[in-house]
Ligand binder design. Structure first.
Ligand SMILES: *Cc1c(COP(=O)(O)O)cnc(C)c1O
Length: 394
């Protein structure tokens, strides 16, 4: 059987897959089985934050694997405690963390904290959570319901949990709050929804309002977190301190990990929540290595320089191909080109692959760029050269 046949026979076909067989990577370059190289502008959907085969991450993982990979959360786990400290310190957040294994799970944890807050802090129970249209919060039954896209709420998987409602703008959150509303859950830059950042003043206004009315603000930083927008958290960039922040994608550099951080440290108590794998030796060691690499890049201002270079290249291409793209969107290294239609996006993505460049789609009509934060200038330049070639025929 070919690899494609093997996959189709034995793997549940829940994805529309590309069948290029990648066998190794170095920095932001991937190699397929024929030795052909590809510039990686997707980083495993914002996951490979320090690139492929990063020596700091790989050495830390190998060293830890030789010692202990996993014990369980019935024991204290040194790298877990240290990673929790690092996340709080680097994001300047006065809180504590629960570790899970994915973004959806981190959001599940956030919703549980909010629900218990609503049950225990008020005379009358509060349980409703408001989210935004075009949001994305995960694929579990609850987080898919929290996701404000009708297409995700298929009757095939119903019934869904109650208590979620959606609004189409930050402004419309206010009129949808009632005396049962316990939390508002938002992304600061909608990733899957089309790389759409919200206005800073609007977010700060919402933050102040919710705080004054004792309604929790949950920020889903599964995609925006871990320096993707230029600060440790997008919440730092927007200068807000949410009640709850969730993280996942970039945190482990490819090793599955999720985290929910909150300043309400007393809500969850022993027995309220748990995870077998969450925060084990391997994943939290990965998190520590990733933060070591990225915090240095940030402090030396190199991250900022990469952003500026990437942005200038992206603007150039957006201008050159104004026949294909309406505008350039996003922040930091979470970027997109809003195409005229969905068909153009599909062509751009497939032509890019043929030219040796990986880009992905977001929302209905956005070409998305989420390269490793360690990407080099040479890789950026080469990537855009290939991109130019890929789209010149469209
Ligand atoms: C990817 C993503 C999720 C889901 O993360 P998984 O690890 O796939 O469960 C949730 N929220 C946002 C904003 C995401 O980008």
């Amino acid at each position: 059987m070919t690899l494609e046949e093997l996959d189709k026979e034995y793997v549940l076909q829940t994805y529309t897959r590309n069948y290029t067989n990648f066998v190794s990577g170095e920095g932001s370059t991937l190699f397929d089985e024929n030795g052909r190289d590809y510039i990686d502008f997707a980083a495993g959907i914002a996951v490979n934050s320090v690139g492929h085969n990063n020596p700091v991450l790989v050495n830390a993982l190998c060293e830890q694997a030789h010692k202990i990979i996993h014990i369980s959360n019935l024991q204290v786990i040194e790298p877990q405690a240290k990673l929790a400290e690092q996340i709080c310190k680097l994001s300047n957040y006065d809180g504590a963390i629960f570790f899970a294994n994915s973004g959806a799970e981190a959001n599940e944890g956030a919703i549980k904290i909010a629900r218990k807050y609503g049950e225990t802090k008020f005379d009358k129970k509060k349980f409703k959570v408001i989210t935004l249209e075009h949001s994305f919060h995960g694929r579990t039954i609850t987080t898919v319901k929290a996701t404000g896209q009708e297409s995700f709420h298929s009757p095939n998987f119903s019934p869904y949990p109650d208590g979620f409602s959606y609004v189409n703008s930050i402004e419309n959150i206010y009129s949808n709050i009632d005396d049962e509303t316990v939390a508002v859950l938002i992304e600061l830059v909608q990733g899957e929804g089309g790389v759409q950042p919200f206005d800073r003043d609007e977010i700060q206004g919402l933050y102040k309002f919710l705080k004054a009315h004792d309604i929790l603000l949950i920020v889903d930083e599964v995609q925006t977190g871990i320096y993707r927008t230029g600060e440790m958290l997008a919440s730092n960039l927007y200068e807000i301190e949410p009640d709850i922040v969730t993280m996942a994608k970039g945190l482990g550099g490819g090793v599955p990990i999720g985290a929910v951080m909150t300043k309400h440290k007393d809500i969850l108590v022993a027995g309220d929540h748990g995870s077998t794998f969450g925060g084990n030796y391997l994943s939290t060691t990965a998190g520590l290595a990733v933060l070591e690499v990225l915090s240095k890049l940030y402090e030396r201002d190199e991250l900022h320089e990469t952003f500026i270079h990437f942005e200038s290249k992206l603007r150039e291409i957006a201008k050159k191909y104004s026949n294909l793209f309406e505008k350039e969107v996003g922040l930091g290294l979470m970027r997109g080109l809003r195409a005229k239609d969905a068909q153009t996006v599909a062509l751009v993505v497939s032509n890019s692959m043929k030219e040796g460049l990986i880009v992905i789609k977001a929302g209905r009509n956005t070409v998305r760029f989420l390269p490793a934060l360690t990407i080099s200038r040479a890789e950026i330049d080469e990537g855009f050269k290939r991109f130019d070639k890929a789209i010149s025929s469209i």
